[in-house]
Design a protein around this ligand. Structure first.
Ligand code: TXA
Ligand code: MG
Length: 327
């Protein structure tokens, strides 16, 4: 089983493992990441192996500063502006891979672009000390609920990795927002921890949402973030045997009908809802209900990313993964 160390005691041990090509689960401000040296193919292969992740799905490379970022990717003026405004933070930029960049091709799955992010906190310190970028997908088995606590990482991946660094619950609770500059336009590849409107204000243009040609965010498979239970979104009633994931005030008849209730944000605050999303989904799943009914969530601000994750959790699954029967 993985050793779990608090962040204050973990730096030396995490560094030693990463230098040896091992992988380590670390907290970031968004979600927990499963980190390995992005220049080391064996380390990156270990990440895919531990997650059971399809090889074609590229990873985000995490950097500690602009100098490191510029050795890896070619920055256009708009991407530079966004990096200056939002790094370190929950924004990932997809950029052309720099010629001669020391990044193992498994990280990009052979693409000529790379997803880059500068995280806050422990991750930044670790990358700075290592002096190399870290490839880090979210620290969960492929397709399952994203981990926002060290305990959730341990329950999912604990028997497959040597170390989990415990920084407490991650403050944002949703993965980073992924954008890509495409000529004059800016495309939203994945809604996430920074609301699209906030990015649009800095970029002074609107984010395009329609999918473009070719591989974009191939991780955005229809079914993703899936609990064992089925998920029913936009629920305004409770059907027999359902658990209820509420938002805002809970109608008493819904509370009474549900086998279990958790509230993403009793006051209707989207930031609070984002930070509770994955842990509440997981907790309701553990109550054993066949279906989790989810209250309607407003589409504005972080609601876009919350609805994106919920719709994927609700999507039909090709394989039966638990109590839920594939349809
Ligand atoms: O907040 C986050 O972004 C977390 C923390 C750990 O940093 N990481 C994360 O990584 O969510 P992951 O691997 O679960 O999601 C990365 C997404 C995937 O959907 C992947 O397909 C996409 O980024 N991606 C990676 N490289 C890409 C590229 N070159 N072009 C388009 N999409 C890319
Ligand atoms: Mg993920």
């Amino acid at each position: 089983m993985a050793q779990i160390l608090k962040i204050d005691d973990a730096l030396a041990g995490a560094l030693a493992l990463l230098k040896a090509g091992e992988i380590v689960a670390i907290p970031t401000e968004t979600v927990y990441g499963l980190a390995g040296d992005a220049t080391n193919g064996e380390a990156v292969a270990r990440i895919f192996e531990a997650k059971g992740r399809p090889r074609f799905n590229p990873l985000i490379a995490h950097v500690a500063g602009m100098a490191m970022a510029r050795r890896i990717a070619v920055f256009d003026p708009l991407s530079t502006k966004l990096a200056e405004a939002f790094w370190p933070g929950p924004l990932t930029l997809v950029l052309p891979l720099a010629p001669g960049a020391d990044i193992h091709p498994l990280v990009t799955a052979g693409l000529d672009t790379i997803a880059l992010r500068m995280p806050q906190g422990f991750g930044a310190t670790l990358i700075g000390r290592l002096g190399r970028p870290l490839a880090a997908p979210s620290a969960n088995s492929s397709g399952r609920i994203t981990a926002t606590t060290a305990e959730a990482v341990a329950a999912d991946l604990g028997d497959r990795i040597p170390l989990i660094v415990d920084g407490g619950p991650t403050p944002v609770g949703l993965e980073s927002t992924i954008v890509k500059v495409d000529g004059q336009s800016l495309r939203l590849l994945r809604p996430g921890g920074i609301a699209a409107e906030v990015i649009e204000a800095v970029a002074r243009r609107s984010l395009l949402r329609e999918p473009g040609a070719g591989v974009e965010a191939p991780g955005m498979l229809a079914s993703h973030y899936a609990p064992a239970a089925a998920v029913r979104v936009g629920a305004t009633d409770i059907r027999p045997g359902e658990a209820f994931l509420a938002f805002g005030a809970v109608p008493p008849e819904m509370a009474d009908a549900a086998v279990a209730v958790l509230n993403l944000s009793p006051s209707g605050d989207l930031r609070e809802a984002a930070s509770n999303l994955f842990s509440h989904l997981k907790a309701l799943d553990q109550r054993g209900a066949a279906t989790i009914a989810v209250a309607p969530i407003p589409a504005r601000g972080l609601g876009e990313a919350i609805n994106d994750r919920l719709n994927r959790a609700a999507a039909p699954r090709e394989v039966t993964t638990g109590r839920h029967q594939a349809s």
